[in-house]
Design a protein around this ligand. Structure first.
Ligand code: ATP
Ligand code: MG
Length: 317
């Protein structure tokens, strides 16, 4: 069953179209990596899940449904309840999501209730030192503060955790520890994960499914190994490093030549067309409809034909 459905979502900031008809599904208990270059719309999509967008954002079209609840149509009380009971969020800057004037233990008690076993919740994120409870956020390292933020987000065992690059600012060893910890906690609690990241190979290793964003749309989604190992969209192929075997081994890709678009309104065609090695005339002025290629959902006029071509080459090789 689908826990999260995002359908044809359009979000505008003054003069910028951040989401241009984004589609995404997350099933119960599933882990999904949402990847794409800077500005592709990941954070806007992640925030839209809890209607936590900045004031300047306008919901122009489409919908977000969490457990059957239409997020953009909920009255304030129901929305608060949804955020509190069903959703958890962690962001890149943990200090910003904690109250600087309140000791860590008190912040946890505020969320969990006065009688909660704060030590248990800190222990789950491997913060066993009792001094952490009495510390103020600024007295913690980045990694420790992020663990506190994770403990807070996971305290109510949410149905869906939205993680907006929470490990991007951590050094690589701490990053791996925190990633492993969050995925283990979520698996225990049956929590689905939507993890936003720039790193396609890392997400493909950790997640069940991967969704690739470009120009405010999800241009390819499917089982993680398929998307990384046999990408169907030319953009994903470029992201994954054109040799699928290299990508599967986690080799960091060549950046795609050219710049990502900044949209001011609906893209007339495929937003990737100007950078795409396979673009044809229609790609510039016809929006690609969704097609199914193997196990992937893809927005590309030529995806089916290109997949056949690859299959034919492999058959004769
Ligand atoms: N508060 C805002 N006001 C105006 N424009 C914004 C705002 N936030 C994002 N945008 C614009 O919306 C588009 C999508 O941005 P978003 O932050 O969702 O992308 P992202 O994929 O999360 O990028 P990053 O990887 O850098 O975090 C970009 O063009 C960005 O400049
Ligand atoms: Mg972002």
């Amino acid at each position: 069953m689908s826990l999260l459905t995002v359908r044809d979502l359009v979000i505008d900031y003054a003069g910028t179209r951040a989401l241009d008809g984004a589609d995404l599904e997350v099933a119960q208990g599933e882990t999904v990596g949402l990847v794409g270059e800077s500005g592709s719309g990941k954070s806007t999509l992640g925030s839209a899940v809890g209607r936590l967008l900045p004031r300047s954002a306008r919901h122009t079209g489409g919908e977000v449904v969490v457990s059957g609840e239409p997020v953009f149509d909920l009255p304030p009380k129901r929305l608060r309840h949804l955020r509190k009971r069903r959703l958890g969020f962690v962001f890149q800057d943990p200090i910003a999501s904690l109250d600087p004037t309140m000791r860590v233990g008190n912040q946890l008690r505020l969320v969990l209730g006065r009688r909660a076993d704060v030590g248990f919740h800190l222990g789950r994120v491997k913060l066993d030192d009792p001094r952490v409870m009495r510390a103020y956020p600024h007295q913690l390292s980045g990694g420790m503060a992020q663990r506190v933020a994770i403990a807070l987000a996971m305290a109510a065992s949410p149905e869906l955790l939205v993680a907006d690059e929470p490990t991007a600012a951590l050094d690589s060893q701490v990053r791996e520890e925190v990633l492993t910890m969050v995925f283990a906690l979520a698996a225990d609690a049956g929590t689905s994960i939507l993890w936003l990241s720039h790193d396609l190979p890392a997400m493909a290793r950790r997640c069940d499914r991967v969704a690739v964003m470009y120009g405010g749309r999800v241009v390819e989604s499917g089982p993680a190994r398929q998307v990384l190992g046999a990408p169907a969209h030319p953009y994903t192929a470029a992201l994954a490093g054109s040799a699928p075997s290299a990508a599967a081994h986690g080799v960091r890709l060549e950046p795609v030549p050219g710049r990502p678009p900044v949209l001011t309104g609906p893209s007339p065609g495929c937003a990737f067309a100007p950078r795409c090695a396979f673009a044809e005339e229609r790609c510039a002025h016809e929006r690609p409809p969704p097609v199914r290629v193997r196990e992937q959902d893809v927005l590309c006029h030529r995806a089916a034909e290109l997949a056949e071509r690859v299959a034919a080459t492999e058959a004769t090789a």
